[in-house]
Design a protein around this ligand. Structure first.
Ligand code: ADQ
Length: 482
């Protein structure tokens, strides 16, 4: 057996900011690992097993002495982070510069040279680690906005590799991207990849246009021609979920029972509205709750008939914008419940907590109207998870036009999240919709989500990556269909 993380040992290297595990303390006080549930892990796990894959990422925290290890058969290489790097690279450049800039500047991005320096040095460390563990002519797949410099840094160290990059969030147009003082460096970083994948084709076009304009390379359609003869392809690969796993969970007797309990706990109203989001200013939680509050205040909906359950996962709590957002939302919830609720009957049930997947599936089954109204979102997996759980072809989805998912889930009630009256009208329509209308819409959306699941996404990216440089060494074997 080879040692995990041995030099030159891996045929497929996944590089992401986070490892798919969290550090936890065991009852006996020792440190252990718990698999963090996520679509990305379940998508990549089969391909990793099939290809001697290895995953490089940060496990969270500041512990410095971490060794590569195996967890449930997956080879994991932990990267360390100092407290200063967490503050400058992660909370700073990644989440207070790039995140708001790439999401339509819905919050004001901050530009600090010290943050950029930390971004460069952390990216370099990730690239060096990947260069160490990757076997000759193997494939490295780099993920997301925290690591956009890794492709070029890695190519310089290891020109033999086949390198893919996937961006999980939107990629902005020139008008916004060009604010960035380091715009050219970021574009050049991405151009180290052979294939750059985005959620939507509009994002891929933004990238191609920016490369032509800011770096000056020749482009044609989805290809960039570099002076050294290499080609880089930019294309859309809309991400998805493990739809069958969600459906199986939703059908289970435990989840069915739990969904009933949830309905009873909120007073068995005619309709339950549900929001599930990371507590993030891009998710449009504030305007959505205002819209619902107004419907109740005006008497369009009655609190006996309709309640709103908002599940908000704690997120990036060290970043100031997120603390302000939390206060704003909690004040609004307090005001709406104070003004409009009755004893034992709040209008909004607000939960600031993270839940296991079974509980999430129970929420999805209990809800009649799922309200997903981000101001901007790369894809939004919650919308797809809801659809996957509605195996009885019922339930309504109200979905923002500005979520990537809106390009596929056309049968949802599509709304402009900036238009409160428009959202109110859509919520009311979804409330009133009859069973036939719901079934027609849900059937079509379920077909989309089942056919384009997360393993199809991973397969198509890796397939495309191997055909971008067909004459180049080993090809990643697709995972067998389960
Ligand atoms: P996120 O911004 O995190 O992802 P999303 O796609 O909705 O947004 O994924 C959130 C995930 O967390 C979902 O799987 C959801 O079920 C889960 N979740 C949310 N609240 C939870 C809670 N309280 N308890 C437990 N689980 C909870 C980024 C981009 C998206 C893109 C994804 C994937 O911002 O646009 O869709 O990556 O590429």
């Amino acid at each position: 057996m080879t040692v995990v993380g041995a030099p030159g040992s891996a045929d497929l290297v996944i590089v992401a900011n986070r490892l798919p595990v969290d550090r936890v303390e065991e009852p006996d006080g020792s440190a252990g690992w718990r698999r963090s549930p996520g679509g990305l892990v379940s998508a990549l796990e089969p391909v990793m097993r099939e290809n001697d894959g290895i995953w490089i990422g940060w496990p969270g925290g500041t512990e410095q002495d971490l060794q590569p290890f195996q967890d449930d058969g997956l080879d994991l290489v932990p990267m360390t982070m100092t407290a200063e790097e967490i503050s400058d690279f992660y909370e700073g450049f990644s989440n207070a510069t790039l995140w708001p800039l790439y999401h339509d500047v819905v919050a004001k991005p901050e530009f600090h040279r010290k943050w950029w320096d930390a971004y460069v040095s952390v990216n370099r460390r990730f690239a060096e680690r990947a260069a160490e563990v990757a076997a000759e002519h193997s494939t490295v797949w780099v993920h997301d906005y925290q690591l956009q410099l890794v492709p070029a840094m890695l190519r310089e160290l290891r020109p033999d590799l086949r390198i893919g990059f996937y961006l999980h969030i939107p990629f902005p147009p020139n008008e916004l991207f060009s604010q960035l003082p380091w715009r050219r460096q970021l574009l050049e970083g991405l151009l180290g990849a052979d294939l750059v994948g985005f959620q939507l084709s509009g994002a891929a076009q933004n990238f191609i246009r920016l490369v032509r304009r800011r770096v000056g390379h020749k482009t044609h359609r989805d290809l960039v021609y570099l002076p050294d003869g290499r080609m880089v392809r930019a294309a859309a690969f809309p991400i998805s979920i493990d739809a069958t796993a969600y459906e199986d969970l939703a059908r289970s007797p435990e989840v069915t029972e739990r969904a009933k309990e949830i309905r009873e706990a909120v007073g068995n109203p005619r309709r339950i509205f549900l929001g599930v989001d990371r507590l993030d200013y891009t998710k449009g939680i504030y305007a959505r709750l205002r819209a619902f509050g107004e419907l109740i205040a005006e008497g369009s909906l009655d609190v006996e008939d309709a309640v709103f359950v908002q599940v908000a996962t704690p997120s990036r709590e060290q970043v100031e914008q997120y603390r302000i957002l939390r206060d704003d939302i909690e004040r609004l919830v307090g005001r709406i419940n104070g003004d409009l609720g009755k004893i034992g009957q709040p209008v909004i049930h607000y939960l600031h907590s993270s839940y296991p997947r079974e509980e999430m599936a129970a929420f999805f089954r209990a809800a009649d109207v799922m309200v997903v109204t981000p101001l901007r979102d790369g894809m939004n997996l919650v919308a797809k998870e809801y659809v996957a759980c509605r195996f009885e072809d019922d339930g309504a989805l109200v979905l923002s036009e500005f979520a990537g998912a809106a390009e596929e889930l056309r049968q949802a009630w599509l709304v402009n999240p900036y238009d409160i009256n428009g959202m109110k009208a859509a919520l009311r329509e979804a409330y009133d919709a009859d069973g036939r209308d719901l079934a027609r819409r849900m059937r079509a959306m379920r077909k989309t989500v089942t056919q384009h699941d997360v393993s199809a996404w991973a397969r198509s990216f890796l397939h495309e990556l191997s055909s971008v440089r067909p004459s180049h060494g080993k090809t990643v074997r697709p995972a067998k269909r389960s």
